[in-house]
Design a protein around this ligand. Sequence first.
Ligand code: BDR
Ligand code: CA
Length: 311
Amino acid sequence: SHPIIFDTDPGVDDAQAIAIALRHPDIELLGLTTTYGNVDVETATHNALLLSELAGREVPVAQGAAAPLLKERHPPPVHIHGANGLGDIELPPVKGTADSRSAAQFIVDTLNARPGEVTLVTVGPVGNLAAALQLDPGITSKVKRVVVMGGSIREGGNVTPVAEANMFNDPDAAARVLTAGWPLTLVGLDVTHRCVLTGEHMARIEAGQGALGKVLAGSYGFYRDFYREFLGIDGCCPHDSCALAWLLRSELFTTQRGHLNVVTAGEAVGQTIFAPEGRDFIETRWSRTPLVEVCLGVDGEALSDWIADTL
Ligand code: BDR
Ligand code: CA
């Protein structure tokens, strides 16, 4: 079983991934850490607590970043995830409260308590990881692996022609996290755009999951309207679940090692730049960053089926 911390800005596709993390027998969910992104951080925390309560679990939820490290915050994308992050469906009240620690402190404590064992999966802007690195740089050798849903190597962006949302929302934090020198895998739009959750998939999920299934299916409807209207797709991309799929079904993915960084200023802000290992480029600041692994391809059909079946 994989002990993980799941760092998230729920968000419709985040909610799907949280449901997998809460329910999958091969995942030991040690905690949810929250960030602004799809919603403000208070809403993210509320949604994280709600989803774990609906799954009948008491998982620690630690609240984190309310804004980017250095830049102004972009307004939340209410047309994609709704103002409440879950497609503006009516939500039951939340009983629990957040952990007293910050997300960054929770990450530091948890990694130090179980050195070498814990995977950090992040599916929002990565400010909490940057803050944890600042609190305790030693965590780079304590974490088992960092799995980042974000970026795009060959696929282009989803908020600008070159930038993916999680990178775009805090590029300065992303630059620190991607170049920190810890074992890291990037699961970006190159693979998440190959994965489509259809209405048929959702009908099955709603039938199988009680109160949690209702929230997943209801919020999916709103998210799907966005995909239909803006992207002309019938179905939606469960971006954040792909990070968990990589962890549990890595054989479906093709990956490459290389040097990775992110543009932090100018028109291309948020663009991830990747230099494959061993390519004889002239030296730039990009080619001196620590080696990481990026996902370049995936069996999209098998991935979509796995996510739908698992949910
Ligand atoms: C990412 O951006 C967010 O809106 C989604 O939840 C996902 O984490 C995809 O670019
Ligand atoms: Ca997300």
